[in-house]
Write a protein that binds this ligand. Structure first.
Ligand code: TYM
Length: 361
């Protein structure tokens, strides 16, 4: 292969997204965003802020709008250089919901009802359908007056499949909690190709070796989540050192005093995983190093390493968050490139499905 050949070869396409439902967590960082920033050089990257996903559970409009800005500022602060990737808001690109509808028509309801994340959310919110108009109104706090399960929450994984297939992505870097959704996306791509002829690439998931599943600090058998009601459960990317110290020192540990990463010790395993993901030391090296030391020593070191690792992200974020024009420009340019790619793929899909060509009328 000549140099020219390698230069003209298209780069693999990476697509991934996060929901603007709150500030990013340490889980989002270690399981996702940090790894995205290592993929910028050799790939064509699209990073979405999925506001259409964010409305599947109640969120106040002004909060959502503000979260989008916070999200792009955090993306850039984590190293997503806008010169090297496209960052866009999902609702700015026509095609996500259009493709989602087409894929919805290929999805048996049962497959969606079996999704772990849907079942978890339903059990958390309690299954309740809106019985009257007031159930769907927002209170001042941004929550609906009664919790309801929307059809949007059920169809959420199909919208996620559309996000990926709209760009014909090769690789989708995600944390472990998204693996099942990605399986559905691959199935839908195959189903579409089978029914209408070869159209979509079958995207591959990419999970980090360490940090793919960071657990809650207070209930370490549960995933760390932005929306946990207990604020001590979740470490946010922008938490100040004092708060990090408080959260880590009050984190739930396990009985006994041995520092080992085993399933019977989910609290200690979680702290060791966080340490390992940030320090690049293997779990077994850490176990050796902490042999004979108490939980306090581990907590102190984990606190220190988190505070140090996140300090540059915090300070870059503070610099960026008031630069609304700059952030808007990143999103406008990102949406333009994303739309260009999405339009080509959506047009092809429309043709294959049999939608009549608008230009002929
Ligand atoms: P979201 O917004 O919940 O999370 C964004 C990314 O962070 C990862 N993640 C975690 N990783 C490790 N430990 C944790 N505790 C943890 N919590 C979250 C998630 O796996 C994800 O990679 N449905 C998606 C958003 C989405 C998407 C897409 C992702 C919409 N369309 C297309 C990829 C491709 C979600 O809710 O992510």
């Amino acid at each position: 292969m000549t140099d020219n050949d390698s230069m003209s070869k298209p780069k693999p396409v990476i697509l991934t997204c996060a929901q603007p439902t709150g500030l990013l967590t340490l889980g989002n960082y270690l399981g996702a965003v940090r790894n995205w920033s290592e993929m910028l050089e050799n790939n064509e990257c699209y990073f979405g802020i999925v506001d259409m996903h964010a409305i599947t559970t109640p969120i106040k409009p002004s909060v959502l709008r503000n979260n989008v800005f916070q999200c792009v500022a955090q993306y850039v602060a984590c190293g997503l250089d806008p010169e090297k990737c496209n960052q866009f808001v999902q609702s700015h690109v026509i095609g996500h919901s259009e493709l989602a509808w087409i894929l919805t028509c290929l999805t048996p309801i049962g497959e969606l009802q079996r999704m772990t994340q849907f079942k978890d959310k339903v059990s958390k919110l309690g299954f309740k359908t809106a019985e009257n108009e007031s159930d769907l109104k927002f209170s001042h706090e941004g929550a609906r007056s009664q919790s309801t399960i929307s059809a949007g929450l059920l169809c959420y994984p199909v919208l996620m499949a559309a996000d990926i297939l709209l760009y014909n992505a090769d690789l989708v870097p995600v944390g472990e909690d998204q693996k099942q959704h990605l399986e559905l996306c691959r199935d839908l791509a195959q189903r579409f190709n089978h029914q209408y002829s070869e159209t979509f690439k079958i995207p591959e998931p990419y999970l980090p070796k360490t940090g793919a599943r960071i657990m809650s600090l207070t209930e370490p058998t549960k995933k760390m989540s932005k929306s946990d009601e207990n604020q001590r459960s979740t470490l946010f990317l922008l938490d100040e050192p004092d708060l990090i110290k408080k959260k880590i020192s009050s984190s739930v540990t396990d009985s006994g005093s041995e520092i080992t990463a085993i399933p019977e010790k989910p609290g200690i395993s979680n702290l060791l995983t966080i340490h390992s993901a940030l320090s690049n030391q293997s779990l077994s090296d850490l176990e050796d190093r902490f042999a004979g030391k108490g939980y306090g020593a581990l907590k102190n070191e984990v606190t220190e390493i988190i505070s140090e690792s996140l300090a540059p992200v915090r300070s870059k974020y503070k610099e960026l968050i008031n630069q609304k024009d700059y952030l808007s420009k990143i999103l406008a340019e990102g949406a333009q490139s994303a739309q260009k790619r999405a339009y080509k793929i959506l047009s092809k899909v429309y043709r294959k499905v049999g939608f009549p060509d608008r230009d002929r009328f």
